[in-house]
Ligand binder design. Structure first.
Ligand SMILES: Cc1cc2nc3c(=O)[nH]c(=O)nc-3n(C[C@H](O)[C@H](O)[C@H](O)COP(=O)(O)O)c2cc1C
Length: 169
């Protein structure tokens, strides 16, 4: 069973997974198609007087089109044992794969967003985009340019207002 909680209740486990195997970013498009991809970069905090989760998505990702279309996403914290699924969702694209079906992921409806939540995960953050920005080559250091953007594909940063946080109880 899942119930609403505070950011503090999931912060440590979420940050640990973000910097190890990654978290799962789920989204849908205007025709209710769903997709999930792995993220290793994200920020949580306060911005514009709101609680915000910021994700960084390259335009080449199928997910990019979904978030552009709906302005919503969910961040899902994988359970122990989901490492292979997280790796897969970070390699396969929703353009060619139904990652939910292929990895046996169960969709749960969000409380406030149409983006799916992933039942098998232990915590979920529902977000509505309230701002975006795009990484600009002239505004990053040469070391970041060299290590992260040799192929261009500059991330769009989506600032998602946190609407609900859920965790397994
Ligand atoms: C550990 C890990 C972390 C990743 N983090 C990000 C990220 O923060 N932003 C991003 O755009 N891609 C990231 N990726 C790459 C995407 O998950 C990958 O390209 C995925 O296949 C995109 O799926 P999609 O095309 O269905 O959206 C990461 C991949 C891995 C394995």
């Amino acid at each position: 069973m899942k119930s609403e909680c505070q950011l503090d209740d999931i912060f440590q486990v979420m940050q640990k997974k973000l910097s190890h195997e990654g978290l799962l970013l789920a989204s849908s498009d205007t025709e209710d198609r769903m997709n999930v991809m792995t993220i290793g970069w994200g920020l949580v905090g306060r911005l514009w007087r709101e609680p915000v989760y910021m994700v960084a998505v390259r335009p080449s990702r199928y997910t990019f089109n979904f978030i552009e279309a709906t302005g919503e996403f969910s961040v899902n914290v994988p359970a122990e044992g989901m490492e292979d699924t997280v790796t897969y969702c970070g390699q396969a694209s929703g353009r060619d794969h139904d990652k939910f079906r292929e990895r046996g992921l169960t969709v749960v409806s969000g409380m406030h967003v149409k983006s799916p939540l992933i039942q098998e995960c232990i915590a979920h953050i529902e977000c509505k985009v309230i701002g975006t920005s795009t990484v600009r080559p002239e505004r990053i250091s040469s070391s970041v340019q060299n290590s992260c953007y040799s192929a261009g594909d500059y991330h769009t940063l989506y600032y998602g207002r946190i609407l609900t946080i859920l965790k397994d109880v």
